[in-house]
Design a binder for this molecule. Structure first.
Ligand code: HEC
Length: 128
């Protein structure tokens, strides 16, 4: 009658651990997960699966795609700014036009991407 469903517990843990290998706040984990899928689809050709921008394609670019694990740089960018770079592209913020505008993404998808990009930073990102 009152038994805990073991698969529920296992499922929950699996979801948390699936997030870039880090145990991030359970709140928003599904956003990070959704962001990770979008990132692998849309960003990894240039920024790399690991965010370090060491792909052959990245090496061929000048300037190089941003290393998203570079917390010393990334942690000073606001969520609003990152979401805008994704939507409007590098050129709109005075950066390289090689960073493509992606206006087809919804506000939620951009927020999910920001949530995922935040998990890559070393040192880790802490919201102000
Ligand atoms: C075609 C290659 C390419 C793709 C695809 C791409 N980027 Fe970029 N991205 C770049 C380049 C090149 C830069 C460096 C721009 C500069 O420093 O002038 C950059 C820079 C950035 C920056 C840093 C902006 C800044 O102010 O320094 C962020 C954040 C970013 N990209 C996020 C993303 C996200 C998220 C995605 C996927 C939705 C993505 N990029 C897809 C090439 C790409």
């Amino acid at each position: 009658m009152h038994t805990v469903q073991p698969w529920l517990v296992v499922g929950g843990v699996g979801l948390c651990l699936g997030v870039g290998g880090t145990l991030h706040a359970a709140v928003g984990a599904e956003h990070v997960e959704a962001g990770a899928m979008l990132y692998h689809e849309r960003c990894s050709p240039c920024h790399g699966m690991d965010g370090k921008a060491t792909t052959p394609m990245a090496q061929a670019m000048a300037p190089k795609p941003r290393d998203h694990t570079d917390g010393a740089y990334m942690n000073y960018l606001s969520d609003t700014y990152i979401a805008m770079v994704i939507k409007k592209g590098g050129a709109a913020v005075g950066k390289s036009p090689l960073m493509p505008a992606q206006p087809d993404l919804s506000a939620q998808q951009r927020a999910d991407l920001v949530a995922f990009v935040r998990t890559l930073a070393v040192p880790p990102y802490h919201p102000q």
